[in-house]
Design a protein around this ligand. Structure first.
Ligand SMILES: Nc1nc2c(ncn2[C@@H]2O[C@H](COP(=O)(O)OP(=O)(O)OP(=O)(O)O)[C@@H](O)[C@H]2O)c(=O)[nH]1
Ligand SMILES: [Mg+2]
Length: 459
């Protein structure tokens, strides 16, 4: 393995209260000595937080007063000696500290995912766990995060280990038969067939659970739309709890759609405020705005129609939108209807307006907003049926499982035909190898390269 010591920031470059850097490798003690002095290196104790002043080893200039913790191998994330440093979160300090550590002999900047790669190579985790580290960081909602945690704790590894053992056991029996073939032992083809049918089912069910990588850019999208002046922009501000988008009593205030991020219980979502959709456009710009509103509605996971509860004309207009929606345009069909401005006395929902998914709200008083958020959460973060069970997210693991499944099919085919046991043993070995490569019991430099290249630096 690469004997060089690596260093990288763990936190993004930006201003924050505290930043974090990590050093891993055999030169960790040396780094402590050069930054904090001989005494600090001598009294270095594992897992003890030390407050000290870091100085540039070349110039002796103060870099920062900071906290650091040492983890002695093998009891660290990577399994090597590790030093974590927590300077103030000023990018100038982080750069200076990084530069100072890199200038020490035997230390270089870490490559993406290199800490986790070393953790895998040192047996701290298997490949499914290493891959799930990226999922833990990039999960966009609670369900994904919980799944990532299940993967990280080794839930998939356990399932794969069970399957591998089952295949190994049968292979071992078979190999006995190959060795003692002249004694004409009777291979238990029927029994093995049943076992392989079960293995096949298990592999298929893991394969069917595949969902793709956790991805922050796949946030669910809710779109607010409705007649001009209905109170859409006010609702965006009220949901965010801050004055982010422009509000006025002039219909047509919002021209282009505006996207904001909103946190709901289940996770983060994209919320879009659109230009009001009237029956007729007043001018070319108005027509263009309405066209854009309709376009973004096509992408929406939840379309929320806002009806002006204080304006019967607008409400009728809303009803027009709604009836048009129900009559022909699938795009305008709302998933949820909000009747706005319920703080105003005249704001009573039209009695003919009976829609199951509707709610009266006020952006002024906040009435109904909690219920609206709950409804959005329920639609955008639907509960999964297999909440307790896990799903796989790695294309690589999926490909290995497909290889294993194809192998199992070949084994089953052979078993039907009462084959030569050598052939059967060979196919079983291929199944076993496909399963073992999922957890990385068998892996190659190329595979590791492609897995860890997708990680961020510092992980
Ligand atoms: N009393 C009261 N007034 C509201 C409420 N929500 C919005 N308004 C008022 O209604 C007017 C229109 O609000 P906006 O949020 O700009 O409406 P909009 O739907 O974004 O309008 P366009 O961008 O023109 O399509 C403003 O004068 C708001 O102050 C509410 O809950 N209560
Ligand atoms: Mg607006």
């Amino acid at each position: 393995m690469d004997s060089q010591t690596i260093v990288a920031p763990m936190t993004p470059m930006g201003v924050s209260a505290v930043a974090a850097l990590r050093v891993s490798g055999t030169h960790v003690r040396d780094v402590v000595r050069r930054l904090f002095g001989d005494k600090s290196a001598e009294k270095l104790k594992p897992r003890e937080a030390c407050l000290s002043t870091a100085r540039d080893p070349q110039t002796g200039k103060i870099i920062d007063s900071l906290l650091y913790i040492y983890f002695a191998a093998p009891n660290s994330y990577t399994g090597e000696d590790v030093l974590e440093l927590y300077p103030h979160g000023n990018p100038l300090i982080v750069r200076d500290l990084l530069q100072a550590i890199r200038s020490i002999d035997g230390v270089r900047l870490a490559e993406p995912g290199e800490y986790t790669r070393r953790a895998f190579l040192n047996g701290k985790m298997d490949l499914t766990q290493a891959e799930s580290v990226a999922d833990v960081i990039h999960s966009a909602n609670r369900a994904e995060l919980e799944n990532a945690h299940r993967l990280l704790s080794g839930a998939l590894s356990k399932k794969i280990a069970t399957l591998t053992t089952q295949v190994k056991d049968i292979s071992a029996r078979l190999e006995l038969d190959v060795d003692f073939a002249e004694e004409e032992a009777d291979p238990d083809f029927a029994g093995w067939q049943e076992k392989f049918e079960n293995i096949r089912e298990s592999i298929k069910s893991i394969l069917n659970s595949f969902r793709g990588k956790a991805n922050l850019s796949r946030l669910p999208l809710a779109v607010l739309y409705g007649a001009p002046n209905a109170g859409k922009s006010s609702l965006v501000n009220a949901l965010l709890g801050e004055d982010r988008v422009l509000v006025s009593n002039v219909p047509g205030t919002t021209r282009d759609f505006v996207e904001v991020r909103l946190f709901l219980d289940g996770g983060e979502i994209r919320l879009v405020d659109t230009a009001g959709i009237a029956e007729h456009a007043t001018d070319e710009l108005d027509a263009l705005s309405m066209k854009k509103s309709r376009e973004i509605l096509e992408e929406a996971d939840m379309k929320i129609l806002v009806l002006d509860g204080n304006n019967s004309v607008a409400q009728n207009n809303g009803s027009v939108i709604l009836s048009e929606a129900q009559a022909k345009s699938k795009n305008l069909k709302p998933d949820f209807v909000v009747v706005s401005k319920c703080d105003l006395k005249t704001a009573t929902p039209n009695s003919e307006f009976r829609i199951p998914n509707s709610l009266c709200i006020s952006s002024k008083t906040g009435a109904g907003l909690t219920e609206l958020k709950r409804a959005m959460n329920a639609t955008l973060f639907k509960k999964q049926d297999n909440q307790e069970d896990l799903w796989i997210t790695s294309e690589r693991e999926k490909a290995c499982l497909e290889d294993a499944l194809a192998g199992v099919d070949r084994v089953l085919d052979l078993l039907h035909k009462n084959p030569a046991v050598e052939l059967l043993a060979f196919e079983m070995q291929l199944v076993r190898r496909a399963l073992q490569s999922i957890t990385g019991e068998i892996s190659s430099e190329d595979i590791l390269q492609s897995i860890f290249a997708g990680f961020c630096i510092g992980k």
